[in-house]
Write a protein that binds this ligand. Structure first.
Ligand code: NAG
Length: 657
């Protein structure tokens, strides 16, 4: 997981639930109409399994009904799967659910044409796989669905062309159409998708450029497809190029070899022409360009970053060694590498790489870039880093580049320009802790269980301890710890990102956006201390245990999560306090409570009384992920209840060291 990616993703992911929560709160009073709407939906369904929806009953609130997903009393999702349902889907009734964002009717027996889901314009995901829907999907079936991210229509009996409206969905991430009878050519997509599966249809013709990087497997089972990434070449190389009206292959009876040669030469010329045009355009156009043209969108297209401000750089030759000059005469391609153990690439490789925006954060956007070698990198773009001059910036980056710790996401390289800096990091597969905590369930992924959460807390604490030790000159060596800046590896080992940036970020921006500046000591005394990172750790621990997103507590002041926990915590196990998604916690309550106390001690507003990072790490390390050791719930509970102070620090937990 890469820090840039993580942070961007997390920011993105944070904003979405925030907006949703706001929406949910604003509609939380509509429970009754939700109930009516769902009962109307039920009326239109034919239930195959007797009693399947029997508990959908006006006597009980809809949020207690199976398959109804709620947040704060509003219905945001219906997940009615594996019930042999058929009948019709009542879109009018569904549109009465004003907070509805996700809809799953997977594995049922619905038939007939594709319902008019576009009337549910706020939908984010639509899962209809494994049903018997049939017929052509109207070309405009997805028009106006600006939020739609996931469309799963696999294993139905859809026919006809893939509707082009689906390719224009601005937020689309996943599209599964496999196992249908779609015909015709695959349309060009406006941007790259995380997941696409078109296998087992009857699609024909060239695969569009925007999909030429996908795994060939996703096209399997379509006899008529050709072009990259498949081995079968299309008959005419023209088909792989953007259409050029001047040069359509003319049907002709001349010698096929001659035609092939002419065609190839023309193809090369056109290709070069297109490249020259693109390069020119990118030089002229400094603005962000949205990639809607054909072809995979490169980082350059996405960002408008130019690989050289050659003219200016020509005058500054002294301070960059050997920018690898290329055929186009571009000179400043120098990325400064901080790691010896990495494959080198230059800025041009990066700008050429096909890129996908991971998110836009407070300081700029992050992109996932796929280098030609197949390597995934995350590029984070900072526009608010004019605090430091070039030398100072480089010095600081070198210092950060020397850090080596299991729980830090390494910064691989950076690029310096006065008005803009890029940091290049590895890509983190599981994304950010924020995503895993707050969005996984709505994506249908399992949530983090208690042992995993404890492991993450431990890793984060170790990383912080290391930072404090190895960046002794910084008051808050991390300075921006929050769940979106913690990435998870495949094995759920946490990796901290965006550490050590306080000296570089413009002060005004930092004060608005960085976590350290939301600490009680800064809010009250405009002071950052050695314990400010500990406060951020405390908030993170509370977020991990409660599943509550700190910024959702009034005015984005994270202190309020701690107050909320303090209010609801009376020294004993309180199920409502903890994240229900944590799963089975019996026999672990003792440890969970201990960790909660540690979190609260880290959030102690009085800096003098707050734990320091060494104490916090020691206490956290004492907790074991495995069951069966020392304490159990009751002994801890009994011994700790009386000693707890209102600040959440129990004398017992302090004695534990
Ligand atoms: C695509 O879907 C098919 C089922 O139709 C599945 O077997 C295959 O694994 C999927 N491929 C990818 C790459 O997801």
């Amino acid at each position: 997981m890469h820090p840039m990616q993580v942070r961007c993703l997390s920011l993105y992911i944070i904003m979405v639930p925030l907006v949703c929560l706001l929406l949910l709160f604003s509609t939380a009073t509509h429970g009754l109409s939700d109930s009516e709407a769902i009962l109307n939906i039920k009326k239109s369904l034919v239930v195959g399994q007797a009693k399947a929806l029997a508990s959908w009953d006006a006597k009980t609130p809809p949020c207690t009904w199976p398959g109804v997903l709620c947040n704060s009393g509003s219905v945001w999702g219906l997940q009615i799967e594996n019930l042999e349902l058929s009948g019709s889907i009542d879109i009018e009734a569904l549109s009465g659910l004003t907070s509805l964002r996700t809809l799953s009717f997977r594995n049922n027996k619905f038939g007939g044409p594709f319902p008019e889901f576009k009337k549910l314009a706020a939908l984010k995901s639509l899962y209809l796989s494994n049903n018997q829907f049939e017929g052509d999907i109207p070309d405009n079936a997805f028009e106006g669905m600006a939020w739609l991210k996931k469309v799963h229509l696999a294993q139905n009996k859809f026919t006809g062309q893939i509707p082009t409206s689906v390719t224009k969905l601005p937020k689309l991430l996943e599209l599964r159409l496999d196992g249908n009878q779609f015909t015709g050519q695959i349309p060009e997509f406006g941007h790259e998708l995380h997941l696409i599966n078109l296998s087992n249809n009857a699609l024909t013709g060239p695969i569009p450029e925007s999909l030429s990087m996908m795994d060939p497997k996703v096209f399997e089972g379509n006899k008529g497809l050709c072009g990259k990434p498949l081995e079968t070449e299309c008959d005419s190389p023209f088909k792989e190029l953007p259409p050029q009206p001047a040069i359509r292959p003319k049907s002709s009876s001349r010698d096929p070899l001659v035609i092939k040669i002419i065609v190839t030469v023309l193809a090369i010329l056109i290709f070069l022409g297109v490249i020259i045009v693109l390069i020119n355009r990118n030089y002229r156009n400094k603005q962000l360009t949205l990639a809607v043209e054909t072809g995979p969108s490169s980082l350059q297209k996405k960002t408008g970053i130019r690989d050289a401000d050659q003219r200016r750089r020509g005058r500054h030759k002294s301070d960059h060694r050997n920018g690898s000059a290329t055929a186009t005469g571009v000179e400043n391609t120098k990325l400064s590498f901080l790691r010896e153990d990495r494959e080198k690439f230059d800025l041009q490789d990066l700008l050429k790489a096909s890129a996908e925006i991971l998110g836009s954060g407070c300081f700029g956007a992050s992109y996932k870039a796929v280098l030609s070698s197949g390597q995934l990198m995350v590029v984070k773009r900072f526009k608010q880093m004019n605090n430091a001059g070039r030398d100072e910036f480089q010095e600081h980056m070198k210092r950060l580049g020397r850090l080596r710790h299991h729980n830090l996401l390494p910064i691989v390289a950076y690029y310096y320009r006065k008005e803009e800096k890029l940091l290049v990091c590895d890509f983190a597969e599981r994304g950010s802790l924020a995503v895993n905590l707050h969005s996984n369930q709505s994506l249908g992924n399992p949530s983090l269980d208690w042992p995993t959460r404890l492991k993450i807390v431990k890793g984060v604490a170790r990383g912080l301890l290391y930072l404090q030790h190895d960046l002794p000159s910084l008051m808050a060596p991390h300075g921006h710890l929050k769940s979106s800046n913690v990435l998870l590896t495949k094995a759920f080992e946490p990796l901290l990102t965006d550490y050590g940036l306080i000296p570089l970020i413009n002060q005004e921006k930092a004060q608005v956006h960085m976590a350290a500046y939301r600490s009680p000591e800064y809010l009250q005394h405009q002071r950052i201390t050695k314990k400010t990172d500990v406060w951020q750790l405390g908030i993170l621990i509370l977020e991990i245990l409660t599943g509550k997103f700190p910024a959702n507590f009034s005015q984005g002041s994270e202190e309020d999560l701690a107050s909320w926990v303090n209010l609801g915590f009376h020294g004993e196990w309180a199920p409502n306090l903890f994240d229900k998604e944590m799963g089975k916690t019996s026999h672990c309550e003792g440890k969970i409570l201990k960790l909660l106390r540690i979190g609260l001690s880290c959030c102690e507003p009085d800096v003098e009384k707050r734990l320091d990072i060494i104490e916090a790490v020691e206490k956290i390390e004492e907790l074991r992920e495995q069951e069966g050791d020392d304490d159990d719930f009751y002994s801890t509970y009994v011994s700790e209840t009386d000693g707890r102070s209102s600040k959440g620090v129990s004398s017992e937990s302090i004695n534990l060291t």
